[in-house]
Design a protein around this ligand. Structure first.
Ligand code: NAD
Length: 301
């Protein structure tokens, strides 16, 4: 797909962050939009911003972890806009915590929203895309989906699967006229940093209480978010990749370097070990600012 003007797009998670920036940028390119989210209050705000750009826009409540919700929204989409040119599976969540703190329900929730959403969406939309022999599927993964960074494991697991399903579909669907891309964001300044659903390490919780830990983690997240890219800037790069029909769409060259490193297995193993050590050092330094030495608590198991 090269020309976006007058084409139709369905997007999930458009109430905030990358999804919101995507919807507005695509409207500026002249696309008609069907935007969805569970957060209707903010979705309506995205809708009114788009309305002022003179394209057709519809907003629908849709929980991507529910197949029925996606099926309903898809039917609504086809009745309003007729045909699908661009499908952006963007909605995603993080539940943060170390392996010991996270419960099985946390794993399930993250996999439901980040991975099953994409399976639901493909199941719902693909048959009609195949009939038309056209369309572009874009799945939003993460740099956490191309290398096993430190935490949280359910997020990393879900995003590796998103990369896998995207690669597999890319090869299979090309001869049917359907393009597939996978976006690999690095650090983008969005609400994902404030909605981390943090599970605090029990040993720290017992020693310092929830209020103190909230203060410390807020400071760590603020620092991370301050270094992150603005979503409008990131989305500009993503749209450029979509127009070129790229399979992988990155927003930093570091991700390419990481992929290349996998061609040198021993170096990659060392990198994984050092990456883990370094990120522990970053947390260690942040905690030290609050007079806490995390080494006394053996948290990173
Ligand atoms: N921000 C980053 O640094 C970053 C990095 C890598 C990957 N990503 C990915 O980018 C995508 C967008 O995240 P973001 O950073 O814009 O975060 P965000 O929190 O700003 O936006 C996510 C949106 O998804 C919606 N959502 C959550 N659960 C949902 C559900 N069950 N059904 C429908 N909508 C739901 C939220 O209401 C929100 O509007 C996610 O898939 C995320 O994993 C983000």
């Amino acid at each position: 797909m090269i020309e976006l003007k007058h084409k139709n797009c369905f997007i999930t998670g458009a109430a905030s962050g990358i999804g919101r920036s995507f919807a507005i940028a695509l409207a500026k390119e002249g696309m008609n939009l069907f935007i969805t989210d569970i957060d209707m209050e903010n979705l309506k705000k995205t809708k009114s911003e788009i309305e002022s750009l003179g394209v057709r826009v519809y907003a629908n409540k849709c929980d991507v972890s529910s197949f029925e919700d996606l099926e309903c929204s898809a039917n609504e989409f086809y009745s309003k806009l007729g045909s699908l040119d661009l499908l952006i599976n963007n909605a995603g969540i993080v539940i943060s915590g170390t392996l010991l703190e996270l419960e099985l329900e946390d794993w399930k929730k993250v996999l439901d929203v980040n991975l099953w959403s994409i399976i639901h969406s493909i199941k719902v939309f693909l048959p009609r895309m195949l009939e038309r022999k056209s369309g572009h599927i874009v799945n939003v993964a993460s740099a956490a989906g191309i290398f096993g960074s430190t935490e949280p494991l359910p997020y990393i697991t879900s995003k590796f699967a998103v990369v896998g399903i995207s690669e597999a579909l890319f090869g299979r669907l090309r001869s049917y006229g359907i393009n597939v891309s996978v976006i690999v964001p690095s650090y983008v300044r969005t609400d994902i940093f404030s909605n981390l659903n943090l599970k605090y390490p029990k040993k720290l919780l017992d020693a310092f209480g929830k209020e103190k830990l909230e203060e410390i983690y807020k400071s760590i997240l603020n620092e991370m978010s301050g270094k992150a890219m603005h979503p409008d800037r990131a989305v500009k790069k993503y749209i450029s990749g979509i127009k070129k029909n790229q399979l992988y769409i990155f927003d930093t060259r570091v991700s390419l370097t990481l992929l290349a490193l996998k061609g040198k297995p021993q170096e990659f193993e060392e990198f994984l070990i050092n990456y883990h050590k370094n990120s522990n050092n970053v947390s260690r330094e942040q905690f030290l600012k609050f007079g806490i030495n995390v080494d006394d608590y053996d948290l990173y198991q």
